[in-house]
Design a protein around this ligand. Structure first.
Ligand SMILES: *[C@@H]1O[C@H](CO)[C@@H](O)[C@H](O)[C@H]1NC(C)=O
Ligand SMILES: *[C@@H]1O[C@H](CO)[C@@H](O)[C@H](O)[C@H]1NC(C)=O
Ligand SMILES: *[C@@H]1O[C@H](CO)[C@@H](O)[C@H](O)[C@H]1NC(C)=O
Ligand SMILES: *[C@@H]1O[C@H](CO)[C@@H](O)[C@H](O)[C@H]1NC(C)=O
Length: 340
């Protein structure tokens, strides 16, 4: 018979070996995971190192948009200190900016800008939003353009997975959910392209003239303004506590820094939405930009190609904007999804 003492000794030896083995296995697995993760994506490597070294990162995502603004092309254009939205504190425009902005739609005898802004901020919130970039924030955004290349793309789920989902102008989701998603957090529009929204969505007004600011006041209250240069919706369904105003100074910054002035009369709503995202998000996915697979430019909700062009409407330069967007993607600042 084997003595009990020996048995329990052997058992504890065996357990110790098992523990050592488990520990070894764990180390091997972790190291393998670390390196396979690190090698899969160049930025993943940086992130993995950062996890170990716990150095400060510009954001909490795996990949940050503004990570080391080391690309000279990007650094030359991107200016973090221009805020895309208007608040009471930053609403004053320089004479030069005001003049430039008022020339966009050749507004004759505009109302007093600062008085209109003051009235506006008595109706809508005037907080500075989204200026909270930092090592603890990972905000992902989907910018959804209106291109026909979304048709049959099945991007809906991917689009809806972001924190912010930005759409523009007439963009419908009902009936197109599989390809374009169902959620909208920010909907960009101007009076001539306005549509009703649900209570949870922020209406982002893109003003091209002082009258547009007066229009949003009117459309949310009395409904007295019924025309700009064409008839417009006199009332709009939207949550006034979530209305945001695109900053005319940001407009000018885009025109000068990103479009280098004079490429088309002013940026398209899609491009304005993209730059908005570039400034307030840590990761940006872009959908529905550019032509469809046949090279046609039309909206995803249009059956035929009749209305055709949103590329050459005369006021935008779609090619140039598209090239800039393409470059942003090539430099891994955004990810572009162009249909399949
Ligand atoms: C960035 O924008 C701020 C605010 O408009 C301006 O004062 C500053 O000169 C700009 N910086 C560059 C490098 O253009
Ligand atoms: C606009 O209104 C403000 C405040 O009432 C006033 O100080 C300013 O001079 C006005 N500007 C113009 C161009 O009339
Ligand atoms: C919409 O949201 C606001 C708060 O932002 C709330 O006060 C209001 O009751 C909501 N309206 C509806 C119809 O849900
Ligand atoms: C856009 O890029 C293409 C290809 O690089 C080039 O041929 C074209 O001239 C560019 N368009 C504009 C408007 O810069």
């Amino acid at each position: 018979m084997i003595p009990m003492r020996f048995l329990s000794w052997a058992r504890s030896r065996f357990r110790m070996k098992l523990k050592t083995l488990a520990l070894l296995l764990c180390i091997v697995t972790c190291t393998t995971l670390f390196f396979s993760y690190a090698l899969r994506e160049p930025s993943g490597y940086k992130y993995a190192l950062r996890l170990v070294a716990s150095t400060e990162a510009p954001c909490a995502c795996r990949r940050c948009l503004t990570e080391a603004e080391d690309d000279p092309w990007f650094a030359e254009r991107f200016n973090r200190s221009v805020h895309p939205l208007m608040a009471r504190d930053n609403s004053a425009l320089s004479d030069e900016t005001l003049k430039w902005w008022q020339s966009l739609q050749l507004e004759k005898r505009p109302a007093n800008f600062s008085e209109v802004v003051e009235e506006l901020f008595q109706l809508i919130p005037d907080d500075v939003l989204y200026a909270d970039a930092g090592p603890n924030r990972c905000r992902t955004c989907s910018v959804v353009g209106n291109s026909g290349n979304l048709k049959g793309s099945q991007y809906g789920r991917l689009i809806d997975a972001s924190h912010f989902i930005i759409r523009m102008n007439q963009a419908p989701t009902t009936g197109f959910e599989e390809d374009v998603g169902a959620r909208t957090t920010h909907h960009f529009m101007y009076p001539e392209s306005a549509r009703d929204l649900d209570n949870a969505t922020s209406l982002v007004l893109v003003p091209f003239k002082t009258l547009d600011l007066q229009w949003i006041i009117s459309a949310l209250t009395t409904g007295t303004i019924k025309n700009t240069y064409i008839p417009v919706k006199s009332r709009i369904k939207a949550n006034k506590d979530k209305v945001l105003i695109y900053n005319p100074a940001f407009f000018k910054y885009i025109d000068e820094s990103w479009l280098r002035g004079g490429h088309g009369r002013y940026p398209s709503t899609g491009f304005l939405g993209l730059l908005f995202a570039l400034h307030i998000c840590d990761q940006v996915n872009v959908f529905g930009f550019g032509a469809d697979q046949h090279g046609d430019w039309h909206h995803y909700w249009e059956k035929n190609l009749e209305a055709g062009a949103f590329r050459d409407t005369g006021v935008h330069d779609g090619d140039f904007e598209y090239n800039v967007t393409r470059l942003l993607a090539d430099k891994h600042k955004i990810r572009m999804f162009e249909g399949r």
